[in-house]
Design a protein around this ligand. Structure first.
Ligand code: AMP
Length: 282
């Protein structure tokens, strides 16, 4: 695996690969890699000829009060994990390489970005869309792998790629979980032992909501209240939202029909965790 820090070099490598008829896979990350990231890299490895992954903690997607400065970083460990997962090129640009001057241009996505994460973090998705647009422009035509773990982000990126005609196929990949159901996340590092023991309540609550739908419940509010009440019963959790939406566009459908996504966000101490689960209402 080769580690590259400049835009020009990454472009040259991926342009060369495409010139030789090779399919490029791209896995954008903020580093502090875990098995969830590795699953995206392995999928790209299986479906593409050249796999590039990026590690960049993007300041644009953090609000001033958020955890940009404390976001965990460990490049040596990340290099080992990425290499093991089959990454050919690891792009690790410095802040000045990505943003040499004040950024005056932003990509904003309406609709799907507006509420849930967008309500609690109003500048977040413009930061995500802007950096992903930049990475797509740097990488060029490719298959880009994103986790369903950040479900709303996946929809935002898909919408952006479609609306702006990026020559990029956005591929969604399933959430990798700990044995007790907690979704892997770099932010799980912030949890103390008690919070870590409490955090799987998110997945249990989502499962209970999905089971209610599978058993025939079609009232969106009833299912959302059920999920919320299970999270609220955990003393170490501070619920932000529990929502039940159409899986395609996060519309507030009622009655619940077709592909449905349950989404939840809560704080455990200083860590804000999100999770989601899909279910089909037949
Ligand atoms: P991040 O480094 O948190 O920005 O995540 C980079 C990519 O990895 C995003 O597409 C995430 O959705 C994905 N990802 C993060 N956690 C998981 C997980 N537990 N399972 C699958 N994908 C994940």
């Amino acid at each position: 695996m080769r580690t590259i820090a400049t835009i020009a070099e990454l472009r040259a490598v991926l342009d060369g690969a495409r010139h030789d008829g090779r399919r490029v896979g791209l896995v954008p990350t903020m580093g502090y890699l875990h098995d969830g990231h590795a699953s995206l890299m392995e999928r790209a490895r299986a479906e593409c000829n050249v796999v590039a992954s990026t590690i960049f903690v993007n300041p644009l997607q953090f609000a001033a009060h958020e955890d940009l400065d404390s976001y965990p970083r460990d490049l040596d460990r990340d290099q080992a994990i990425a290499a093991r997962a089959g990454v050919d090129v690891l792009f690790t640009p410095a802040l000045e390489e990505m943003y040499p001057a004040t950024v005056l241009t932003a990509v904003s996505v309406a609709g799907v970005a507006d509420d849930l994460e967008g309500a609690t973090r109003p500048t977040h998705f413009a930061g995500v869309a802007t950096v992903v647009a930049k990475l797509f422009n740097i990488a060029g035509p490719c298959h880009a792998y994103f986790g369903e773990k950040d479900y709303q982000q996946l929809l935002v990126v898909r919408q952006m790629a479609r609306d702006l005609s990026f020559p990029v196929e956005v591929v969604g990949c399933p959430t990798v979980r700990e044995i007790d159901g907690l979704a892997l996340s770099s932010r799980n590092k912030y949890l103390d032992a008690d919070e870590r023991a409490a955090a799987p309540v998110l997945y249990r609550a989502l499962q209970a909501g999905a089971a209610a739908i599978a058993a025939g419940e079609r009232d969106r509010a009833v299912v959302a209240d059920l999920v919320a009440s299970i999270v609220a019963a955990e003393p170490l959790a501070r619920l932000d939202y529990a929502a039940v939406r159409a899986a395609d566009d996060l519309a507030e459908i009622s009655p619940l029909v077709g592909k449905v996504r349950l989404l939840v966000a809560a704080n455990f101490g200083g860590a804000r965790l999100i999770d989601n689960l899909g279910v089909t209402a037949l």
